[in-house]
Design a protein around this ligand. Structure first.
Ligand code: FES
Length: 202
């Protein structure tokens, strides 16, 4: 009798563990799908020369804690981490795609989509937020016809809202490449963009 009860409880426990494992796996897959659909999958799958990754993979494939250097190296190479690169790295190192996506989406330094030639970072840290950073982003969204995180059709600009850029005394602040624009107004931010576009078209 005791053994019967014990066996039944043990079976239920095994069933529960198994169910939780499947559920967790489904959750991870759903998260990855959601991430990919949020991005422009067509762009994320744009043709890239994956052979360029070979030396990087060779260097790190047997090293512990290799996910971050592999992702950083890939991004340095392509400017973002293409979906096909995740697959190649997984195939050749044995790393799980879900683990790599987990890291790539946790750290804001990683990108899953190509970016424009000029990345506009509008600070939305506290100091900038209270100085109306929201209206700067809104004006730029309108002028560039993109959403936050989006890239213009001509591939010239990517607009990003970011956390503190470390120069709060200049709030509100925007950065484009290495250039910092402080004490900014919406009108000035749009003017800066127009000037860059003009230079690029000449
Ligand atoms: S809050 Fe914007 S630079 Fe610090």
């Amino acid at each position: 009798m005791f053994y019967k009860t014990y066996f039944r409880q043990f079976t239920i426990l095994l069933f529960l563990i198994f169910t939780v494992k499947i559920y967790k796996k489904q959750l991870i897959n759903m998260r990855i799908k959601r991430l990919l659909s949020k991005e422009n999958e067509a762009i994320a799958n744009a043709d890239v020369n994956l052979d360029l990754l070979n030396p990087l993979i060779e260097k790190y494939k047997n090293k512990k804690g290799n996910i971050i250097p592999l992702l950083q190296g890939t991004q340095t190479m392509f400017g973002y981490i293409p979906k096909a690169a995740f697959e190649k790295i997984a195939n050749e190192t044995g790393l799980k795609i879900s683990d790599m996506y987990g890291v790539a989406t946790f750290y804001s330094q990683f990108r899953l989509n190509p970016v424009g030639k000029h990345v506009i970072k509008v600070c939305h840290g506290t100091a900038c937020h209270v100085q109306n950073a929201g209206s700067i982003t809104d004006s730029l969204k309108e002028a560039l016809k993109v959403n936050d995180g989006g890239t213009t059709e001509d591939g010239l600009f990517t607009l990003e809202s970011v956390a503190c850029l470390g120069c709060c005394s200049l709030a509100p602040v925007m950065m484009i490449g290495d250039n910092t624009y402080g004490k900014l107004t919406s009108t000035q931010s749009v003017k800066v963009i127009k000037e860059i576009r003009l230079k690029e078209n000449n």
